[in-house]
Design a protein around this ligand. Structure first.
Ligand code: SF4
Length: 491
């Protein structure tokens, strides 16, 4: 899936909520990992680790040009090549050109959300090049013709019965819903692809400017194979995924694996900085690092949103989000789902176009509490909503709903004038009377208000406002009235 595909958020959310299999998977995912990450943060030996790492991330982002230059020099010094791509087209063009020149027929991929963001698979496949995902979850969604619905657990929307039927159909094995049997079948199918691939295409978890190396974490070992077995290794990296020092990289990797899967360390952590050198037992003959901007510079330049680039894509915010936990990842129509997707997708691909994403979150704050780098996603969601309400020429945002904006403007005027407000209350009370039922509540309303009242009763406005009651109380009770006068004079 290419980032920012158009889709109906509400329809996809409804579909997700009506899918019992997805609901069961999301419930167990959130029960297992959601609060678990919060517990991990509470028991960290260094309680200041997260805030210190965040401060270092922001410092690195403030000097990103210099840090990337150092990284690039380090990679080139080891014999690797670095390409800075301004956008998806440039990155895809570079990779395709390389594949053509080297006569690549098959590409094996290690999980990379950036590759989904820029849509490189479709570009290579259009050229007749076979692209094979080697991460088990990504492999499953690829052969199912589906797309990832979680940053870390891409096929969370499928259960083992569905996967069993899929493998029987696509891999020609007898139906089984036994996870080890299914894993073995995938392993067998993928092993042959890995052994015969011409190019390995991976992502990059965190690069390090000090050492000139990128790091890749996985629990399956597939990324290590994809990055060492083919003659050509291309790593795709979002320009923000870099640490200045080895110590920063170490701390970020620690927080990444703890936030993602409550693990102290992933099963495999690889450091790659160039092609195979003389005496190395394995490794590619060529290493290319493609550093992609694709809208990130614009985010970096805006102090209101720069913080979102501190994200290390651990997925912890998805595991705790009440909205993601109900609607699932496909409703976001982006490789980046959940609260991080609700912020980053509009910023990368159009705030108006993805208005539903930032408006759909609850602002409960759980994502901020669980984030290993303490990203304040609710603050950024409010900032995005503010742009949608009033427009922002700098970001090319037009007011999302002019009628709503006008309504709030009028409302602002009314609440700013007590007499106007009192008059509005009198009118509204009169208007609501025909809708108040015998139980004293307002039932389903016609037209626009139906969205509020279709599923719940509405408490009608009180016959007397607080100010009216207060005034009446003062007038009826001379002692209170005297006290009140004294209080006022005392001020
Ligand atoms: S915003 Fe924080 S919790 Fe969410 S994916 Fe990024 S680093 Fe993880």
């Amino acid at each position: 899936m290419k980032l920012g595909q158009d889709g109906d958020y509400v329809a996809a959310a409804r579909e997700g909520m009506g899918n019992p299999c997805l609901q069961g998977s999301l419930r167990s995912l959130q029960a297992r990992y959601g609060k678990g990450a919060l517990d991990v943060w509470k028991t960290l030996p260094d309680p200041n680790l997260r805030s210190r790492v965040k401060a270092r991330r922001m410092q690195t982002l403030a000097h990103l040009d210099r840090v990337l230059e150092l990284l690039s020099q380090g990679v080139e010094a080891r014999g690797g090549q670095v390409f800075f791509a301004d956008n998806a087209e440039a990155a895809n063009g570079y990779i395709l050109d390389l594949a053509r020149k080297r006569g690549v027929k098959r590409v094996v991929k290690g999980k990379s959300m950036l590759s989904a963001e820029i849509g490189v698979d479709a570009v290579l496949e259009a050229e007749g090049i076979e692209v094979v995902e080697t991460d088990l979850g990504e492999f499953i969604v690829q052969i199912a013709g589906s797309s990832a619905s979680h940053i870390i657990a891409p096929c969370i929307h499928m259960d083992r019965r569905q996967i069993g039927r899929l493998f029987a159909d696509k891999l020609g094995i007898p139906y089984s819903e036994d996870p080890p049997t299914l894993t073995q079948a995938a392993r067998k199918a993928l092993r042959e692809k890995l052994l015969t691939a011409d190019m390995g295409l991976t992502g990059c978890n965190i690069a390090c400017a000090e050492t000139g190396q990128i790091s890749l974490v996985s629990n399956e070992g597939n990324i290590r194979m994809a990055s060492t077995m083919p003659k050509l290794h291309v790593a795709l990296m979002g320009m923000e995924r870099v640490a200045a020092t080895l110590e920063d990289q170490r701390e970020l990797l620690q927080l990444l694996t703890q936030g993602a899967a409550l693990q102290k360390l992933s099963t495999y952590v690889s450091f790659v900085g160039g092609p195979r050198r003389k005496g190395d037992p394995d490794g590619p003959e060529e290493f290319h690092l493609v550093i992609v901007d694709n809208g990130r510079s614009r985010i970096l330049a805006d102090p209101e949103f720069r913080e979102v680039l501190a994200c290390i894509r651990c997925g912890a915010c998805l595991n705790i989000c009440p909205v993601y936990g109900r609607i699932g990842g496909h409703a976001y129509h982006s490789p980046y789902s959940g609260p991080i997707g609700a912020v980053v997708t509009p910023l990368l691909h159009g705030i108006n176009r993805h208005a539903d994403l930032c408006k759909g979150e609850t602002l409960c704050g759980a994502c901020r509490d669980v984030c290993p780098v303490e990203n304040d996603l609710p603050r950024m969601l409010v900032a995005l909503r503010c742009k949608l309400a009033y427009g922002d020429p700098g970001w090319g945002v037009r007011p999302h709903n002019r009628l709503e904006a006008l309504g709030f403007k009028i409302w602002g005027r009314i609440v700013g004038h007590s007499r106007l407000y009192a008059a509005m209350l009198t009118i509204a009370r009169a208007l609501q009377r025909p809708f108040v039922g015998r139980n004293g509540m307002i039932g389903p309303l016609p037209g626009l208000k139906n969205g509020w009242t279709a599923g719940r009763d509405l408490q009608p406005m009180a016959e007397q406002s607080f100010r009216e009651r207060w005034r009446a109380r003062q007038n009826n009770n001379p002692a209170t009235a005297d006290n009140s006068r004294e209080t006022r004079h005392g001020r």
